[in-house]
Design a protein around this ligand. Structure first.
Ligand code: TEU
Length: 554
């Protein structure tokens, strides 16, 4: 990598969902000391930074993305001192810590929202949120036709302090997540304090939740399509975002290099209908990075993947934006790529209760997809458990499911709990080392782990170079070492139908066979790494290989 580029180019960010990573106090819920205790594992894996999904105090209406105190740590997950200790220990392992900023909405338990409920319509307390009178007789209908992402109207009616039916407030997500009024100057000022608070504590950057949200159409007018797609609309991609992100960039850039050289970053979670929208967010002076979600919206199809990569690699490489194969919001890649109950393998965002998957095919493809993603220019974000090849847990009992999408969809969508099951670390039975052994009593994890996960544990995989973990470790090591992967720009190579191949000079080529028959590898000197067996220079279906294309320099 060029020494002039910021550090976040070509890095590997590992997403930690703290409640499901590692539990040190035996309550079945992961915690910050748990993350701290597993830094060695992350360093051995070869990650450069961790992004912590929210660890703030929260009543958990949406898995922690409903924040009731932006300046604290949920007591179930630890303390501010634990956070500070984690940052310091991570630095000792050369790992940066990125925190999750949730600026579109807070929790209905946030003191400001409680104050708003207790205050009168039109008061300054209500002006921090989006309260409106209802329409229709006695204001009994929502103020507009917007729908919440999790199902149902995006508005909830409150009872006024005097007991009468009152105003409505906007929530693009769960009713427990009231949207802030970003057109009120108090709100940007408040978030500036939040941002500085975490940067002052040594955070290397921010992951910005729903970065395409925040500002709403000032008229709050009905939209033609009330269901929140990710297109530009009354609630997404409003023009005021650019000025706001410029001001945040100013804050980030004002921080001196301390433990690590280089500036602080922010990675926007921007959902989009067409990828070109992302360019507006990362131009020069706005957000440093955005997630590239093309792998979440494109199926296992060589033509579609090539087109998606070609359309986004320029923006991605220029900004060092991370490619994403999975996160806490989407079904695990192994399951997505193996879906048998519906077509479009690889692109499913939501699963239904009748979902079935072929995990053998899914695993082969997820391994090949990982090698593809890790061979592209730009950064990569790996979601915890992806490196273990964990499948989505499809059969969680309804009563333990916590994602509001499950109940608000009338249980027609499974929701996102299946990719948030606590990690298996060691041993042959739950809790697989996630929680400390508690005598004979089996510690109960907040979401139950499958009883057949003994072969997915870190302990069992780290002995096996052919395991998922072995593949990720080898790939991350080569990514750091091979000159073609470190800085080479990419050139597509021609190949037989179904083959996806490109070179990165000097000396590297990638090939994946997405067809149904074995296909010849492009010309090469040596196979550096492969996602499955490669014989006689032929790549079997659903397999990818990293190739050395000339002898290493003497
Ligand atoms: O997700 C934002 C988002 O755009 C949603 O559409 C998301 O894809 C969701 O999974 C749909 O079911 C972010 C967070 O990543 C997510 O976990 C939160 O639920 C959401 O914001 C609200 O904070």
């Amino acid at each position: 990598m060029s020494p002039d580029l910021p550090w976040w180019h070509e890095t590997v960010v590992y997403q930690v969902y703290p409640r499901s990573f590692a539990d040190t106090d035996g309550d079945g819920i992961g915690d910050l000391p748990g993350v701290r205790s597993r830094l060695r594992y992350l360093a051995d894996l070869g990650v450069d930074a961790i992004w912590l999904s929210p660890f703030y105090p929260s009543p958990l209406a949406d898995g922690g993305y409903d924040v009731s105190d932006y300046f604290g740590v949920d007591p179930l997950l630890g303390t501010l001192a634990d956070f500070d200790g984690l940052v310091a220990d991570a630095a000792a392992h050369r790992i940066r810590v990125i925190v999750d900023l949730v600026p579109n909405h807070c929790s209905a338990d946030h003191p400001f929202f409680r104050q708003a409920l207790a205050a009168a319509p039109g008061s300054s307390q209500r002006e921090r949120f989006l309260f409106r009178d209802g329409r229709g007789p006695d204001g009994a209908w929502p103020p507009n036709n917007w729908q919440s992402t999790f199902g149902g109207p995006a508005w909830t009616r409150i009872t006024e302090p005097d007991g009468t039916p009152g105003q409505w407030y906007l929530h693009l997500f769960d009713p427990g997540q009231p949207d802030w009024n970003w057109r009120n100057p108090e709100i940007p000022a408040y978030f500036e304090k939040v941002i500085r608070f975490w940067l002052d504590r040594g955070a290397a950057g921010l992951r910005v939740d729903v970065a395409h949200g925040l500002f709403k159409d000032p008229e709050l007018a009905d939209t033609a399509d009330p269901a929140p797609s990710h297109a530009r609309s009354g609630y997404y991609h409003q023009p005021e975002l650019h000025e706001l992100y410029k001001s945040w960039r100013g804050i980030l850039d004002s921080y001196p290099a301390d433990v690590f050289p280089g500036r602080r970053t922010a990675i926007g979670e921007v959902w989009y209908d067409t990828i070109d929208v992302l360019g507006d967010y990362v131009t020069g002076d706005a957000l440093p990075q955005v997630f590239n979600f093309e792998f979440l919206t494109t199926g296992w199809d060589s033509g579609a993947l090539r087109a998606a990569i070609a359309a986004s690699v320029g923006m991605t490489a220029a900004s060092g934006s991370p490619w994403v194969l999975g996160n806490h919001d989407v079904p695990r890649p192994v399951t997505r790529y193996g879906l048998t109950s519906r077509p479009g393998a690889g692109a499913a965002r939501q699963l239904t209760p009748d979902t079935t998957a072929d995990l053998c095919a899914g695993s082969r493809r997820a391994r090949a997809a990982a090698l593809l993603l890790l061979a592209l220019p730009g950064s990569v974000c790996v979601y915890q458990g992806e490196e273990l090849g964990l499948p989505e847990v499809l059969d969680l009992p309804p009563e333990v499911r916590a994602d509001p999408a499950f109940r608000r969809s009338g249980e027609r969508q499974l929701g996102r709990d299946g990719c948030r099951v606590p990690l298996p670390w060691s041993g042959a039975a739950p809790p697989y080392g996630f929680s400390p052994a508690a005598g004979d009593a089996q510690a109960r994890t907040w979401l139950p782990q499958p009883t057949d996960w003994q072969h997915y544990t870190v302990e069992s995989q780290q002995r096996d170079p052919d395991s998922f973990l072995g593949l990720y470790r080898a790939a991350l090591r080569l990514r750091r070492e091979h000159p073609g992967l470190v800085s080479g720009s990419m050139t597509w190579l021609d190949g037989p139908p179904g083959m996806l191949s490109f070179s990165r000079e000097p000396g590297f080529a990638f090939a994946a066979n997405l067809g149904t028959a074995p296909a010849p590898l492009p010309s090469h000197d040596r196979v550096l790494l492969a996602s499955g067996p490669v014989e006689d220079g032929r790549l079997p279906p659903d397999t990818a290989a990293w190739l050395e294309t000339r002898p290493p320099a003497q």
